[in-house]
Design a protein around this ligand. Structure first.
Ligand code: PLP
Length: 403
């Protein structure tokens, strides 16, 4: 199949809901991917944070191949040794006290389970989220997501969700009422522009939730698995929530969602009140077992902290060099570069020069590279960004491009 056929067939045969970029990726290794014409790219998209171990990590490939030849599916109404081994491994990295999990297939599903848990455990209906939050696009998760463009076409959403200004402890205190079940937060808002809260926010939110007797749910779908320099982002502030939602990189690239809660909370869900056909399939559990091993043995969280600091310093150099760069944000290898203008053309130019970058809103470049990215690859990304931002700044100052 050639590039043209791949693009036109995929456009014709699949729902047109993704903002597609005109390249066809056929292969990946570490932090690199290759297109159908053999062109190499440094992948700072990382499949939206999924490819955290790097593409096709050999240990994950080995585990998947071995398990695929043994047993791929096994419904959770039957016991399975791979699932048991995986759950044990998972509990070795989850924050203390969070020791019972529901396994699913995506981030949104992990949030759906958390919402149901909060309502079931507390007997109350209301979920408080923040303006700018992103929690997924299924109806429950979407009700907690903020952006109007995702929500408006699908009203009415699930009732009893409300949004308050982010990072504001006073507003949070005021918002909690008799009917509040839980506060749902991303430790760092990813889609919302890579926004790190002030240091007192998460510990303060934790305390308020204790005082008011409501659950604190952290959506760590984008921030966990070492991405920010700690296995769970909440560890930066020594905060333990009541429920954590995980997904993206946890199975080394295979689909997974995980909702982990305190035993008492998870046990409030009774027989048949929640389920998913693919929950805890042996294939995904084998992949995730291997992925957690790599994360821990290769000390990838520590690597993210060190390389993230390096990457951030380099991005800050761009900020001091160019007026159109407004701010550098993030922790570990979850970084954002806010520009004064739309970043769309920069993303396309970077792709043309061999670097894949995400956005996070109209004017933020977002970097979620595999944690195995090398310093040389980061240098190359910076060099290409330096060229492109320089060109954009020149074009804008000479009036070639409308501001
Ligand atoms: C913080 C957060 N929560 C939930 C989701 C939804 O995950 P999924 O797309 O796997 O449903 C995402 C996806 O980007 C996310 O970033």
């Amino acid at each position: 199949m050639n590039e043209f056929d791949a693009i036109s067939l995929e456009n014709r045969l699949s729902a047109n809901v993704f903002a597609k970029r005109p390249i066809v990726i056929t292969r990946g290794k570490g932090a690199l991917v290759w297109d159908i014409k053999g062109r190499e790219y440094i992948d700072c998209m990382g499949s939206y944070g999924v490819a955290l171990l790097g593409h096709s990590h050999p240990k994950v490939v080995e585990a998947v191949c071995k398990q695929a030849g043994t047993l791929i599916s096994c419904h959770s109404s039957l016991y399975n040794t791979k699932r048991t081994e995986f759950l044990q491994k998972l509990m070795s990295i989850t924050p203390k006290g969070l020791n019972k999990a529901f396994l699913s297939n995506s981030g949104a599903e992990s949030v759906e389970c958390a919402i149901k848990l909060a309502r079931k455990f507390t007997g109350k209906p209301e979920i408080i989220a923040v303006m700018g939050a992103f929690h997924g696009k299924t109806m429950g998760a979407l009700s907690a997501t903020w952006d109007k463009k995702y929500r408006d076409p699908f009203q009415p959403l699930v009732p009893e969700f409300k949004h308050i200004p982010p990072d504001n402890l006073e507003k949070l205190k005021e918002a909690i009422t008799e009917k509040t079940a839980a506060v749902l937060l991303e430790p760092i808002r990813g889609e919302g522009g890579v926004r790190v809260p002030p240091d007192d926010f998460l510990p303060g939110a934790r305390q308020i939730c204790y005082d008011k007797n409501v659950l604190l749910i952290l959506d760590e779908v984008q921030t966990s698995f070492g991405r920010t320099g700690k296995i769970f982002c909440c560890d930066h502030w020594h905060v333990t929530p009541d429920v954590i939602c995980c997904a993206k990189p946890f199975a080394g690239g295979l689909p997974i969602g995980i909702t982990v809660a305190r035993e008492q909370i998870m046990s409030s869900l009774k027989l048949s009140e929640h389920s998913s056909t693919f929950s805890g399939s042996p294939l995904v559990c084998a992949a995730s077992w291997a992925a957690i091993n790599v994360l821990v043995e290769d000390k990838l969280a520590e690597r993210a902290a060190v390389l993230g600091d390096y990457f951030k310093v380099k991005l800050k150099e761009l900020q001091s060099k160019y007026k159109i760069v407004r701010e550098v944000r993030g922790l570990g290898l979850m970084l954002g570069l806010e520009l004064r203008y739309d970043v769309h053309s920069i993303i396309l130019k970077a792709m043309d020069r061999g670097v894949l970058i995400l956005d996070a809103g109209r004017n933020v470049l977002r970097f979620l590279p595999p944690l195995v990215i090398t310093k040389d690859q980061i240098d190359m990304v910076i060099q290409i960004l330096d060229e492109i931002i320089g060109e954009e700044e020149n074009e804008r100052s000479s009036g070639t491009v409308a501001n």
